[in-house]
Design a protein around this ligand. Structure first.
Ligand code: ISL
Ligand code: CA
Length: 550
């Protein structure tokens, strides 16, 4: 294996995200859990990933599936015990793999002891841990801010006759980061997990922690990605967090950052900033959003290419990119960006080439490695996500057509990513011996890990080969990224150069054979047998060896 002198470990790593509720159930209650994850570590190690990012597994009333935390130092009993957690961490470290935890501290659960105390009276010591305001002059909410999940971002508390702010659900009150005692409490939580040995944090909506002074009305309160992000003290807080905690450990920090742009991204991840290592961009999320995400709009492949090209440019010299195509908030990439029908396998492999041949640290979301497609939801009762349920109710209450909403949700809903991993063709898809908490992907009998293991041409084996290739050649992680003139607007082509290595990547984002400027040469990997120069077949992806020492 090559060494990576002068580069921190997380730059040449590949992340795999686990959404614990949907990964592997071990005790038949229909809910994924930590012992279930431990039972699949051989699989993850054989896949070739280095870092596991674990979505929240803390105590939570599950209003937003664990993104509403009621005790930051406890494991949710549904997921197991702290001993199970310690065993997971140790088992990963024994495999020389790392564990990144989700840090959700823009808000807590309303069932957190801090909030319960904060509600007790207008002058209790924890009142100022959250954001309380009296009613506006008209008796309504203090300002016009909207929740990410629909409706006002304020909830009235009858007992103390004030409103509290919740940028997400009513059960996710925002913490008051202006209060230094709150910030110290957060840093303490971070130290608790880091002292156990965890290897970093993915920080949930960290761009929202600093609120605008005086909480003025937003110009466009529905523009939730921008209206509440990048507050005036945000970078001061992140630098303080870095000084107080981060710099004392050898860890990776990944910001989840609604409102980030290629212009302000360096403020978060610039190497001279002492804040975070990487951030999730949101251009990809809004690619097909019209008036919000349940208004699906069309897009062209070059819109997608532009996003990745712009982000590479913005951070290549003085920062670092996180490369991803999906996560637990997105529909499945093969359905959203490619073809989940006739060319499902080809196009899933093409997307894998794309993601794993870019500069940056790639993050694979569970199930992507077998080309899992979206799940059709036939009625609102099949949905579990609070976002979809809230927006459906608002849509219908406003006289909207329920069928139109369900149709949009079949493109956009977060539950597509949250149906369980399909492990085999048995009842429960090998995920559970009980009743799963959310429906299974109906194609699990054909599309599952066991079947993919048996088929040497499967998407899964293709991921393994690509991950091994990426690990073997530094050009994948560190090479320059030069976009080539592909000669067709649905084809993306780029050259990567690093020291004495050079590769060329050609990707056809269409279901047709297209004429383009593709040359030829020795292919390192591709989703078809070698083809003719001058054309790419439907969803073809290929990496040419321009100069590589094997
Ligand atoms: O998924 C979204 C709505 O379509 C996004 O706006 C999402 O809310 C945003 O990316 C923030 O996401 C994170 O924080 C949320 C949680 O629901 C998401 O699962 C999490 O990834 C609140 O904690
Ligand atoms: Ca379970």
């Amino acid at each position: 294996m090559s060494t990576h002198a002068n580069h921190p470990w997380w730059k040449s790593s590949v992340v795999y995200q686990i959404y614990p509720r949907s990964f592997q159930d071990s005790n038949g209650d229909g809910i994924g859990d930590i012992p279930g994850i431990i039972s699949r570590l051989d699989y993850l190690q054989n896949l070739g990933v280095d870092i596991i990012w674990l979505s929240p597994c803390y105590a939570s009333p599950n209003d937003d599936n664990g993104y509403d935390i009621s005790d930051y130092r406890a494991i949710h009993p549904e997921f197991g015990t702290m001993d199970d957690f310690d065993a997971l961490l140790e088992a990963l470290h024994n495999r020389r793999m790392k564990l990144v935890m989700d840090l959700v501290v823009n808000h807590s659960s309303d069932e957190h002891a801090w909030f319960e105390e904060s509600c007790q009276s207008n002058d209790n010591p924890k009142r100022d841990w959250y954001i309380w305001r009296p009613a506006a002059a008209d008796g309504g909410p203090p300002n016009n801010w909207k929740s990410f999940f629909g409706g006002s971002a304020w909830k009235h508390d009858p007992a103390t006759d004030e409103y509290f702010l919740h940028l997400f659900t009513q059960k996710q009150p925002d913490l008051n980061w202006e209060n230094p005692v709150v910030r110290e409490a957060v840093y303490d939580i971070m130290r608790f997990w880091l002292d156990k040995g965890v290897d970093g944090f993915r920080m949930d909506v960290i761009s929202l922690i600093s609120k605008k002074p005086g909480l003025p009305d937003a110009e466009n309160p529905y523009d939730v990605m921008n209206a509440y992000a990048n507050g005036p003290r945000l970078h001061e807080f992140l630098q303080e967090m870095n000084r107080e905690v981060i710099q004392h450990y050898d860890i990776v920090t990944i910001g989840e950052t609604p409102g980030i742009t290629t212009e302000n991204a360096h403020l978060y991840v610039g190497t001279d900033r002492d804040e975070l290592n990487m951030a999730f961009q949101f251009d990809l999320m809004s690619l097909d959003h019209g008036e919000g995400k349940f208004d699906v709009s069309s897009w062209e492949p070059h819109d997608l290419f532009d996003i990745f090209i712009r982000w590479d440019k913005a951070l290549s010299e003085k920062g670092w990119n996180n490369i991803f195509l999906g996560n637990h908030d997105f529909p499945r990439p093969v359905s959203r960006f490619a073809d989940d029908g006739q060319y499902r396998e080809e196009s899933a492999k093409m997307l894998a080439i794309f993601m794993l041949s870019m500069r940056g640290t790639p993050t694979i979301y569970q199930g992507e490695e077998i080309g899992t497609p979206n799940t059709p939801f036939h009625s609102i009762d099949e949905h579990r996500d609070i976002e979809t349920l809230n927006q459906y109710r608002i849509h219908v209450d406003n006289g909207g057509d329920p069928a139109a909403f369900l149709n949009a949700a079949n493109h956009a809903a977060r539950d597509h990513a949250r149906t369980p991993v399909s492990w085999d063709a048995g009842a429960g898809a090998g995920f559970t011996e009980g009743e799963p908490w959310i429906k299974l992907n109906p194609q699990y009998e054909q599309i599952n890990v066991a079947a993919a293991e048996e088929d040497p041409n499967s998407v899964l084996h293709f991921y393994r080969k690509l991950l091994a290739l990426r690990k073997a050649h530094q050009v994948f992680s560190f090479g320059d990224f030069d976009v080539l003139d592909a000669g067709h607007d649905k084809v993306l082509a780029y050259r990567r150069n690093y020291r004495d290595e050079s590769i060329e990547v050609w990707l056809n984002f269409s279901g047709e054979t297209v004429a383009c400027n593709v040359g030829g040469g020795e292919s390192l990997i591709g989703n078809y047998e070698a083809g003719a120069a001058g054309e790419l077949r439907a969803w073809e992806g290929v990496i040419f060896n321009k100069r590589i020492t094997q």
